[in-house]
Design a protein around this ligand. Structure first.
Ligand SMILES: C[S@@+](CC[C@H](N)C(=O)[O-])C[C@H]1O[C@@H](n2cnc3c(N)ncnc32)[C@H](O)[C@@H]1O
Length: 195
C-alpha cells in the first residue's frame, strides 16, 4: 500500500500557490526529503513545465516510487537517494524545495544541507522551504511549542529551527532571503535566491 501523510493533503494547495509564483520561471526542481511522494505528484502534475526530482533517504524510495508509478507523469524522474549527510546528486538544479525536514534533521544535517547547495544548484537558483520556524528564539504559537515538545520527546536532535539561524546558513552558501510567506497552521514558506 502507498504511504500516506494526511498533512500533505491539507498543506499541498497553499504550498502550490506559493510555488506557482516562486518557481514560475524554473525548470529543474530538486525536492529534498520527499517523504511519501504525495507532494511530488501533486506539484509535478500541476506544474508540468517543471522536471520534479524527488529524493530522500533510501528507506523512503519504495513508497515514493509507488506514488510516481501510479501517477505516471512525464516530469518525475526516478527518485534519487539523497541523505544530506552523505549522498548528493551530481546534477545541478535551478530550484530546490523541501517541506517539513529542517526540524526532523539534526542541526549538523541542516548545516550539511545548506553547505552542499552551491554544488548542486545553478548560479541563479531559488530555494523554497516549508515548515514551522521560530522567530528570535521564540515559538510563534502554542501549537508549535507543543509540537516542539513532541519532537524532542521523539529524539533529542529534533527541534523547530530559528529562522535567523537558517538564514545565516543560507547566506553563507550565497542564498539571500527574498520572501517569508505565512502559511496555515503557523507554518512559513521561506524563499531564498542565489546570487
Ligand atoms: C516529516 S517528513 C516530511 C516529508 C515530506 N516532505 C512532507 O512534507 O510530508 C521528514 C523527511 O525528512 C527526511 N530526512 C530526515 N533526515 C534526512 C537527511 N539526513 N537527509 C535527507 N532527508 C532526510 C525524512 O526521510 C523524511 O522524508
Amino acid at each position: 500500500m502507498k504511504p500516506f501523510a494526511p498533512a500533505c493533503e491539507r498543506n499541498r494547495d497553499p504550498i502550490l500557490t506559493v510555488l506557482r509564483q516562486q518557481f514560475a520561471d524554473r525548470q529543474r526542481v530538486l525536492e529534498i526529503g520527499s517523504g511519501t511522494g504525495q507532494h511530488a505528484v501533486y506539484f509535478a502534475g500541476a506544474m508540468p513545465q517543471l522536471s520534479w526530482q524527488c529524493s530522500d533517504r533510501a528507506e523512503h524510495l519504495p513508497g515514493i516510487r509507488m506514488w510516481l508509478e501510479e501517477a505516471a507523469l512525464p516530469n518525475t524522474p526516478e527518485p534519487l537517494e539523497l541523505d544530506v549527510g552523505s549522498h548528493w546528486p551530481a546534477q545541478r538544479y535551478d530550484a530546490v524545495f523541501s517541506a517539513n525536514t529542517l526540524h526532523i534533521m539534526a542541526w549538523d544535517e541542516v548545516e550539511a544541507l545548506f553547505a552542499h547547495l552551491p554544488q548542486i544548484t545553478t548560479e541563479d537558483a531559488r530555494l523554497a522551504i516549508y515548515g514551522p520556524f521560530n522567530i528570535d528564539g521564540r515559538y510563534t504559537s502554542d501549537s508549535n511549542a507543543a509540537f516542539d515538545q513532541s519532537l524532542k520527546a521523539r529524539g533529542a536532535h529534533m527541534s523547530i529551527r530559528d529562522a535567523a539561524a537558517v538564514d545565516a546558513l543560507a547566506a553563507k552558501s550565497g542564498f539571500n532571503l527574498i520572501a517569508d510567506i505565512a502559511m496555515p497552521a503557523h507554518n512559513r514558506c521561506r524563499i531564498w535566491q542565489r546570487g
